[in-house]
Structures are given as structure tokens and as C-alpha cells.
Design a binder for this molecule. Structure first.
Ligand SMILES: Cc1ncc(COP(=O)(O)O)c(C=O)c1O
Length: 351
């Protein structure tokens, strides 16, 4: 089976885990400190705080920016459900807008929604590893006065105009779940450049002035994350190399993923579109290649939330499917995916 995600660890991670066990310092130690410093430097921000999941990072981001009962938070229609659930958990009221051709928040609709709902926070998602229009969103933030939280769970190392996902908004939120480009097993982080926002974040994670959680990660997770982070650049490059080969092979037959101008897409997922999506997914699975639909729901439908019209997302939801793009795919496996998919295109034509 060619798997859709494949976290791979080496002797280095094994040695670090053994070293931690032998040191008896299994939480709140040097690895967690190191990870936070290296991740902040990598993203290009002053502050990074690790937490136990991406969902927790989103929740804390919203609360740190003052979201409370009834505050509106704008999210895109296509994402993993944690994006909208974090808004409800923080007692906010989500408003869902459509996505553009890059599967990210539609800027024109965002402006309409901002005028109508006066949100406290706008939460773009860099879906599948591709950047949302952060230049446009930040200029609307300046004009209308709202905060921006970037859901960067799928976009470790993605860039727009040389600035990384997680360094554009007031806060960046990351996940280090097992399938992510930097996997820890479970984990998350918040990034920010603002010292006052950093102080508010710390109050949620350090037991301070108000009730807070224990959301810490262990030294094991931090060590694995640090070692994986050091390999990220090379792995993202391999993802991009596979994506280029797929683009060459598929652009004639499918709608292939687009890269926003001036951006560096990190292909957390490689997502194609075709009206006969289900047939292709079935065919790939029959041939021992994992293919999945991310996502077969829209966030406002899932949680019955306020929304603007979402014609793009409604079509995309019916047509998207993702194929393996992880950096450990061998060239032969990439060719096997291509061969299988192209032969089901031609068999479909005959039928
Ligand atoms: C876009 C997006 N947001 C949020 C999350 C939540 O992260 P976690 O699973 O670490 O809670 C995920 C991934 O799982 C995600 O893909």
C-alpha cells in the first residue's frame, strides 16, 4: 500500500528519546526550550509557545486576542473541523466565507463579511500547504481593525513574498499531529511578534492571572519535533519536486493545485479536482494507493453556522481528492500513482 502520509524517524530521534529517558528530565527541559527557539527563528518571529495540539493553539490564540461570548470570527468554508470548533470553544460566533481558486479565504467575500459582521478576528487557513492571500487580508485588517490568526496547521515552511506562514498575522497557530510536515505525534504551537499578545498567550499556558490549562508537551515530543524541523526544508523541497511531476502528468486531465504568485507551497496534501472524483479514489484504492477526500464537509454545514454564499467550496467539496505526496515516496511509487490514475482516466473514457 502506498500510504497518503508516512512519518519517518531515524536513529537520531531514537537516540534522543533514549537520552531523555536516561536523563529523567522528561518534561519542561532543554528540548522544549530548543524547539521553541528554533521554531521561532525558522518562522521569523520573536515568540513561540508549544502546546498539546493545533486545536488548543487556535483556542488559545482566540482567547489571547480577547474573543469572548458573541464575538464574530470569520473562517473559510473549507478546512479541518478544528478551525471552526476552536471558535465555538472560545465562545465566539463563526461566520463562514467562500474559498478562492487556491482553496483559501476569498478576499472579496471577506471584505463583504467584514463590513456586515464586524469581526474581532479573521482566521485564514493555509489549506493543503498553500498560502492564503495574506497581503490582502492584512491590508483589510489595517483598514477595518480586526485581528488575524493564521491557521498554519498544514503549512510549516510555506511562504508568501519571502515571509512565512505564521509570521503574517497577529498570531500563527500550528499543529504537529503525526501526519503534518513537522510531526511530533501530537502537539501544537503559537507564534507572534507582539510582546503583549505573547504575555496573554503565556497566561493561558503557564497558570497565571486566570484559570488556565496544563497544555504542555513532553520532552519526547519536543525532541522529535526539533529533529524533524531540522529536516523540513529538504523534505518540503522533495514534496515540491513530486508536485511538479504530478502537475506535468495530470494538468491535462484534472484541475491541478495552483500556487499563488510569489508563494512557496509546501504540499502538505496534493489535491486534485475532477467531477468523477469517487471513481478515481476507488480505482486508486483498488490498486493499493491511498487516496482521500479532504474534506467532504463544509464548516458551516457541519456546525450549522452563519455563512455567506459558498459556490466555490460547494463545487470543490464534491470534486477534491488527495493523493500521496509525502517526501519518502520513491520515484517508482510516484510513477505508479501517475500510471494508475492516468489509466483510469482512459478507461473512464471508453465506458
Ligand atoms: C487546518 C487545520 N487546523 C487545525 C488542526 C488541528 O490540529 P490538531 O489535530 O493538532 O488539534 C488541523 C489538523 O489536525 C488542521 O489540519
Amino acid at each position: 500500500m502506498i500510504r497518503i502520509v508516512e512519518p519517518v524517524f531515524s536513529e537520531e530521534e531514537k537516540e534522543a528519546v533514549i537520552e531523555i529517558i536516561e536523563s529523567h528530565q522528561i518534561t519542561r527541559g532543554k528540548w522544549t526550550q530548543t524547539f521553541q527557539e528554533e521554531f521561532a527563528e525558522f518562522i521569523g518571529v520573536d515568540h513561540c509557545y508549544t502546546v498539546c495540539s493545533g486545536t488548543t493553539a487556535l483556542f488559545i490564540a482566540l482567547r489571547a486576542l480577547g474573543v469572548d461570548r458573541g464575538d464574530k470570527v470569520i473562517v473559510p468554508a473549507m478546512s479541518f473541523m478544528a478551525t471552526i470548533d476552536a471558535v465555538y470553544l472560545a465562545c465566539g460566533e463563526p461566520v463562514v466565507v467562500d474559498v478562492d481558486e487556491f482553496f483559501t479565504m476569498d478576499l472579496n467575500q471577506l471584505e463583504d463579511a467584514v463590513k456586515k459582521f464586524k469581526p474581532k478576528v479573521v482566521m485564514p487557513v493555509h489549506l493543503y500547504g498553500g498560502m492564503a492571500d495574506m497581503e490582502g487580508i492584512m491590508s483589510l485588517a489595517d483598514r477595518y481593525g480586526f485581528y488575524v490568526v493564521e491557521d498554519s496547521a498544514q503549512a510549516h515552511g510555506a511562504e508568501l513574498k519571502g515571509r512565512k506562514a505564521g509570521a503574517w498575522g497577529h498570531i500563527g497557530a500550528f499543529s504537529f499531529y503525526a501526519s503534518k510536515n513537522v510531526p511530533m505525534g501530537e502537539g501544537g504551537a503559537l507564534t507572534t511578534n507582539d510582546p503583549e499578545i505573547a504575555r496573554k498567550i503565556r497566561q493561558w499556558i503557564d497558570f497565571g492571572d486566570h484559570p488556565a490549562f496544563n497544555v504542555r508537551i513532553t520532552e519526547f515530543q519536543s525532541a522529535i519535533g526539533t529533529i524533524q524541523l531540522r529536516k523540513l526544508k529538504e523534505r518540503n523541497e522533495r514534496r515540491r519536486e513530486i508536485a511538479r511531476r504530478y502537475e506535468e502528468a495530470f494538468s491535462e486531465h484534472f484541475t491541478t493545485p495552483k500556487e499563488r504568485e510569489g508563494s512557496y507551497h509546501v504540499y502538505h496534501l496534493y489535491t486534485l479536482m475532477h467531477p468523477e472524483r469517487d471513481r478515481f479514489v476507488e480505482e486508486l484504492k483498488k490498486n493499493e494507493i491511498d487516496a482521500r477526500v479532504y474534506y467532504n464537509y463544509l464548516l458551516h454545514e457541519l456546525r450549522n453556522s452563519e455563512h455567506l454564499p459558498t459556490p466555490n467550496a460547494e463545487r470543490f467539496r464534491r470534486e477534491v481528492f488527495s493523493i500521496p505526496v509525502h517526501p519518502y515516496l520513491k520515484d517508482e511509487e510516484v510513477e505508479q500513482v501517475i500510471g494508475t490514475l492516468l489509466s483510469s482516466v482512459s478507461s473512464g473514457k471508453i465506458v
